[in-house]
Design a protein around this ligand. Structure first.
Ligand code: SF4
Ligand code: FE
Length: 488
């Protein structure tokens, strides 16, 4: 019987890890209970919590195609377009439940990409990566692990290939080959959910050529393997979390995190190596991971739902909800958000079966979806800030509301509708601030821009994947430049 951990068991499983985590220049002795990291752990825990709720069972769990056992969908290899659709819906659901990045998608996307590419490498070279990967996948499924799918290297000078960099560690690479495995060094930057993960799956970040073959490696490590260090990224307003459970947090329980993951001569046994110098498969691995992760930005639709809800609430608290321009702006926000939803549903339903049996999303449509994600959340956030008003950023602190000296002035002058407590108005404004300027804006805005590839990466894929010749031919046929079959 494989485990289907609940939120508490997940938390306890993290306590057993011996992670080397640094934040504000100090080692974090207990990441699970650290007030800045904890909300991000809570968000991942939601992926476990919902798996045990009957109403979400169909979305959150499925049957392993390897063992026939019930598993969390985050550990699943998509076996149909229905699986892909459920993945998109699961992303929206979890974004809606947490109002932030819940971090677990990167591992799911890495495993699905590896299930395709390891199979294809074996077909060409007669290697045994797929068998190794399947054994590893069973281990992940059996333990219901969170995996950090790690792709982005620091990259140093962008004009230089990995082997040309002055510092060879700016891309993860092999430093030693041993009988029992390999030793690797380098780092992965802005790794979502890294310190909430049991495992870390490393992949190359760009197409590698023959000269870069030492950089063409993919492998998995326990997150607390010797030689791994995590350095937490800062987020705007992060220290509000150490002020306790005040309303200034905006989102009281959930958040995301990113970290720099440093690999300093880390040993990887052969059974955890899934690509070793097959540089001609790096493009396929990067592009399939990117396509899956671009689909995963269904999460932003769920976070958008929260922001739209918060904006409607503040409009009501302000007594402005019946103004026609406010109603129209809320419609616009919903239009943008549901348009995003169309994209992640479309790329899933147009998915196809790869030779390994894994279903991959329609890559063009996944790129279109992610490209919309680099824009629409910013437009939705702009409208939210428009309706919320400047008070969102000029509001005094929760401590001022509680102050015996000035609390009554805060209470009196920040009241909106007379039947709504001032505190409620402050809370909803803080949530909008959190989503559009604070810790959650990392996930809702900047990550929408750069996560799973910056906008230009999608534009390159779009120009490569659209059938331009077909479009030109039909245009020419229709106006009589070329004779089509159907024309006389
Ligand atoms: Fe998942 Fe979205 Fe976070 Fe990426 S940004 S890990 S897709 S929740
Ligand atoms: Fe991301």
């Amino acid at each position: 019987m494989s485990k289907l951990m609940n939120a508490k068991e997940y938390e306890e499983s993290l306590r057993k890890l011996n992670l080397q985590v640094y934040m504000f220049g100090r080692k974090v002795a207990n990441p699970v209970d650290d007030p800045i990291i904890r909300p991000s752990m809570n968000a991942v825990a939601m992926t476990y919590e919902l798996a045990h709720r009957p109403e979400y069972e169909d979305l959150m769990t499925t049957t392993s195609h390897l063992t026939g056992k019930k598993i969390n969908r985050f550990c699943h290899i998509h076996q149909s377009t229905t699986d892909l659709l459920k993945k998109s819906k699961m992303g929206r659901l979890l974004g809606f439940k947490t109002g932030c990045c819940f971090q677990r998608c990167v591992g799911m996307d890495a495993m699905n990409a590896l299930s395709i590419v390891t199979y294809n490498i074996d077909k060409k070279y007669g290697t045994r990566y797929y068998t190794r990967f399947i054994e590893y996948l069973k281990y992940v499924q059996e333990n219901d692990f969170v995996c950090d799918g790690a792709m982005t290297d620091p990259k140093g000078d962008r004009s230089l290939a990995p082997h040309q960099q002055k510092d060879p560690d700016l891309f993860v690479h092999v430093v030693e080959e041993r009988k029992d495995g390999i030793v690797v060094s380098g780092a992965k930057a802005h790794q979502t959910g890294a310190v909430n993960s049991h495992e870390i799956i490393i992949m190359p970040t760009i197409t590698m050529r023959a000269e870069d073959k030492d950089y063409a490696v993919a492998f998995a490590l326990p997150s607390d393997a010797p030689g791994i260090t995590y350095i937490m990224g800062r987020q705007s307003c992060d220290t509000r979390k150490i002020e306790g459970m005040t309303i200034d947090r905006g989102n009281m329980h959930y958040g995301g995190h990113e970290a720099l993951v440093v690999l300093d001569k880390v040993f990887v046994p052969w059974d955890r190596v899934f690509m070793y110098k097959e540089y001609d498969f790096t493009t396929q691995l990067v592009e399939s991971f990117a396509a899956y992760h671009r689909q995963s930005y269904a999460c932003k639709v769920g976070v958008g739902d929260v922001l739209i809800g918060a904006t409607q609430v503040v409009a009501e608290y302000n007594g402005a909800d019946r103004a026609s321009h406010v109603k129209d702006k809320i419609v616009e926000m919903n239009h943008l958000n549901e348009t995003l939803y169309c994209g992640c549903i479309a790329c899933a339903s147009e998915g196809h079966r790869e030779p390994s049996g894994t279903y991959l999303v329609d890559v063009l449509l996944a790129n279109i979806h992610k490209h919309n994600v680099t824009r629409f959340p910013y437009q939705i956030a702009r409208l939210a800030q428009d309706i919320a008003g400047g008070l969102m950023v000029t509001l005094p602190s929760a401590a001022d509301l509680a102050s015996p000296e000035v609390g009554r002035w805060v209470e009196k002058y920040f009241k909106g509708k007379s039947d709504i407590p001032t505190e409620h108005r402050m809370r909803i404004l803080r949530l909008i601030e959190n989503l559009t300027l604070g810790t959650a804006a990392v996930g809702y805005l900047t990550e929408s821009m750069h996560g799973a590839g910056s906008p230009q990466a999608q534009r390159i894929m779009i120009s490569r994947l659209v059938n331009m010749e077909g479009k030109k031919t039909t245009a020419k046929e229709l106006c009589g430049i070329e004779k089509g079959d159907h024309l006389s």
